[in-house]
Design a binder for this molecule. Structure first.
Ligand SMILES: Nc1ncnc2c1ncn2[C@@H]1O[C@H](COP(=O)(O)OP(=O)(O)OP(=O)(O)O)[C@@H](O)[C@H]1O
Length: 347
């Protein structure tokens, strides 16, 4: 099947500095791809290159088989939704949504019917006559989405569309957007620096680091099989300990079976606090990497305890069903599936 979007070996420069290097991306029809990464990694630049606002220094961009590498933005047919909504302030909601259709020469009655349909789809029924200033942030962003969807673009480009909204509205809109995208079979590229947003919305995540792809794949793959310590850390494995084959870490489980394969030489172990456990010293540990440590601080964020453990000269966090006394000896268990191990030489 023809791809909705192909990005091949794309490089982008701002003056003398290259901010995107050799980016390859193929997006299937109806697929939702999130461009994720830390501030300055180049995700907005990539979206803007796809939209046609930023010239491509090298490589090729194709939409539905057409080469659009050098086409002006208006000739690409994409729709874009911005962080700032960018609605016409003097136009009603209905006129904002119908604007693109009017430009395409649709008859009034046909536009009106389509607008009613979109208002219902976006849960904006009855708000068609309001001005943007008379709406909440979440409603404004739905109008912006409606305006973008009205023209049934081959590609919907979303540039941090939820970052101006408060956490609860963002979460609701996230689920609505996902449902809408599935229902309408829209192909979308979504820029975000919010890991959870990317995980919830996307079929596939492209994680960028300093202008190159750090890893690409479905959310579960990045989460459970990060390709590097950088990706693991970005996806929440913020605890780090040094390990060595045959060194500091004790293997747990029956007969001390090797539960986690360690590379030769020094290695970095990364893991998420919520996937580690705290055990009393006397208890035989289940399989995993086990570290002897001291509980330094115990907090109760809700649902269970979170313990700061000092081990091997470092402090790490782990969740715990029980509350160890501060200053007492404990064991930290990192189960096999939670242990992300990388050679220390890798960056
Ligand atoms: N117009 C510009 N001129 C020169 N350099 C730019 C320009 N726009 C962005 N940059 C630089 O290009 C790099 C990538 O920027 P980009 O905006 O794509 O990052 P981003 O991942 O979207 O970050 P953020 O999440 O902060 O928006 C950064 O180092 C940035 O400083």
């Amino acid at each position: 099947m023809q791809s909705a979007l192909t990005v091949e070996g794309v490089c982008v420069d701002y003056g003398a500095s290259r901010v995107l290097r050799q980016i390859n991306l193929t997006v299937k029809k109806s697929e939702f791809v999130a461009l994720l990464g830390a501030s300055g990694c180049g995700k907005t630049t990539l979206l803007r290159a796809i939209a046609g606002f930023v010239p491509v220094a090298q490589g090729r961009i194709g939409v539905e088989g057409r080469d659009i590498t050098h086409a002006p933005p208006e000739a690409r047919g994409n729709a874009m939704v911005f962080q700032s909504y960018a609605l016409w302030p003097h136009m009603t909601v209905a006129r904002n949504i119908g604007y693109g259709l009017k430009l395409r020469g649709w008859a009034k009655a046909r536009i009106a019917a389509r607008v009613v349909e979109l208002l219902a789809l976006l849960r904006l029924d009855g708000l068609g006559d309001r001005l943007p200033a008379q709406l909440s942030g979440g409603q404004r962003q739905r109008v912006a989405l409606g305006r973008a969807l009205a023209v049934e673009p081959p590609l919907l480009l979303l540039d941090e569309p939820m970052s101006n909204l408060d956490a609860r509205v963002r979460e609701t809109l996230r689920h609505e957007l996902r449902a809408l995208q599935r229902q309408l079979g829209i192909t979308a590229i979504h820029v975000t620096h919010d890991r959870e947003e990317a995980m919830t919305l996307a079929d596939r995540i492209l994680l960028l680091r300093d202008g190159v792809i750090a890893q690409e794949g479905p959310p579960e793959a990045l989460w459970s099989r990060p390709a590097s310590a950088y990706v693991a850390d970005f996806l929440g494995a913020t605890n780090e300990l040094a390990v060595q084959a045959g060194g500091g870490a004790v293997r747990g489980g029956a007969g001390g079976a090797v539960a986690v394969a360690l590379p030769d030489g020094p290695a970095r172990l990364l893991f998420r606090p919520q996937e580690a456990t705290v055990l009393p010293v006397g208890e035989a540990p289940p399989p995993g990497l086990v570290f002897e440590g001291v509980a330094r601080q115990v907090t109760y964020p809700g649902g269970g305890f979170r313990v700061a453990i000092e081990t091997s000269g470092r402090q790490v966090l782990a969740d715990s069903a029980w509350s160890p006394a501060e200053g007492s000896a404990v064991r930290l268990l990192v189960p096999p599936a939670a242990a992300h191990v990388f050679a220390a030489t890798q960056t």
